[in-house]
Ligand binder design. Structure first.
Ligand SMILES: Nc1ncnc2c1ncn2[C@@H]1O[C@H](COP(=O)(O)OP(=O)(O)OP(=O)(O)O)[C@@H](O)[C@H]1O
Ligand SMILES: C[C@@](O)(CCOP(=O)(O)OP(=O)(O)O)CC(=O)O
Length: 409
């Protein structure tokens, strides 16, 4: 039915972990932050969202499938994102519009542009748990924004489109280390993400995700930060005084490959976020006992090394993102696996992602920690590293919708 004139594209996008956190909005509708933030985009070999979008004059409405289940497209953030991408597509230069007419005649559907008036069918999936504290909303909305921009031929700065889905999603529009500048303008035009360094600049960086819980959190990030803005006086001080300095120092540390400084700033900023959550009324508790044991383990490791060789950061949940470098990866992983061993039934897939050996910790290091191993405290450990930004996939096997816009290939 839609065969001759439909346009189809499939893209992927990464998850990102914030090093200097975004917490608090100055505009809820446009998703404009009170402070700038900094993150690392994680490698898509381990975590990614994949989105296929098909546009056709034959479609009578927009449709969405998430992880294979059809969802309503009426959700306000999805609507805002769709509206923004179509608004920008409608302003495309004339030569693109002419190209579009040629395109509609073309038999090759893979490199064509769709007119913004066409309805779109979208299917998106994550290769990791959705809504489970692993920032699927960031990779998911970034992937959606990037895919729709390719489909409708929107060029230039795209992070402002992803931002309409979820604030942190704008940073997933680039690889490596990325800053989201808070911006000053009321319409959000200058509230965009920029790449600070590409992923190839610091290839030794490693990130271990220690999955403490895969349950949906009780207080979402959006609700948590709304509550902090309304009640925490520390938040205002952080946003205006502390973050600008933290950000400057963190960017300098990244550019200088200074892991101790970078890691120290990451830990301080994460602790500051959770201090603000405690200063919020009623207080919000995202960390649990296992999170705090992980923090102790990292500090004990650094003390034993007599320098900072590991760090941690926690988003709005108990899962730890442990930072280190290739030099320490096997030793630190061995220590983590020793103190947080798997249930025997779960030992096979306990350590996932990058293939790494686990060096058993020395007795001295074991004693330094001063707590007993805690079997079963973690679901699994995912080893990853910085990676690239969104990509188009030119492989027919990768499409999540067929050319008629229906699930299948
Ligand atoms: N691939 C995707 N495509 C489009 N939307 C997605 C995708 N993945 C997730 N989302 C959106 O993000 C929501 C989940 O966001 P939520 O903030 O609850 O969890 P999370 O981002 O996985 O975890 P956390 O914010 O705790 O790190 C989904 O309900 C959906 O609306
Ligand atoms: C703690 C954080 O992960 C908060 C992320 O918040 P979201 O981007 O999920 O919030 P919304 O913009 O309301 O969708 C810190 C960060 O990623 O910077």
């Amino acid at each position: 039915m839609a065969e001759t004139s439909s346009v189809r594209i499939t893209c992927t996008a990464p998850v990102n972990i914030a090093i200097i956190k975004y917490w608090g909005k100055r505009d809820e509708e446009l998703i404009l932050p009170l402070n700038s933030s900094l993150s690392i985009s994680l490698h898509q070999d381990q975590l990614k969202s994949t989105t296929t979008a098909v546009a056709s004059p034959a479609f009578s409405e927009d449709k969405l499938w998430l992880n294979g289940q059809e969802k309503s497209v009426q959700e306000s953030r999805l609507q805002a994102l769709l509206h923004e991408v179509r608004r920008r597509a409608a302003k495309r230069p004339l030569e693109d519009v002419q190209r579009e007419e040629e395109v509609v005649e073309s038999v090759n559907s893979e490199h064509r542009l769709a007119p913004p008036s066409w309805h779109v069918h979208i299917s998106s999936k994550n290769n990791f748990p959705t809504g489970a504290g692993l920032a699927s909303s960031a990779s998911g909305y970034a992937c959606l924004a990037f895919t729709l921009a390719q489909l409708f031929g929107v060029r230039g700065e795209l992070s402002g489109i992803a931002r309409r889905g979820s604030g942190s999603a704008c940073r997933s529009m680039y690889g490596g280390v990325v800053r989201w500048t808070h911006g000053e303008q009321a319409d959000g035009a200058d509230s965009i993400a920029v790449q600070v360094i590409p992923e190839s600049y610091w290839p030794e960086l490693r990130v271990f995700i220690l999955v403490v819980s895969d349950l949906q959190k009780a207080v979402s990030s959006s609700e948590g930060m709304r509550r902090s803005v309304a009640t925490s006086r520390l938040l205002q001080h952080r946003a205006t005084v502390l973050v600008p300095e933290l950000l400057r120092k963190a960017e300098a540390a990244v550019k200088a490959h200074d892991f101790p400084a970078f890691s120290q700033l990451a830990m301080c900023d994460s602790n500051q976020l959770h201090a603000i959550c405690l200063d919020t009324h009623p207080p919000i508790f995202y960390l649990n006992d296992t999170s705090r044991q992980i923090m102790r383990l990292v500090h004990a490791y650094n003390q034993a090394c007599a320098e900072i060789r590991a760090g941690y950061t926690f988003d709005a949940g108990p899962n730890a993102f442990v930072l280190t470098t290739a030099r320490d990866a096997s030793k630190l992983l061995g220590l983590i696996a020793h103190f947080f061993p798997p249930q025997t039934s779960n030992s096979k897939r306990y350590i996932r992602g990058l293939p790494l050996t686990t060096d058993p910790p020395s007795l001295e290091l074991q004693c330094a920690l001063g707590f007993e191993p805690q079997p079963n405290a973690l679901h699994y450990i995912l080893c990853t590293r910085p990676g690239p930004g969104p990509q188009c996939i030119f492989d027919n096997e990768a499409h999540l919708l067929n050319i008629d816009g229906l699930p299948g290939n």
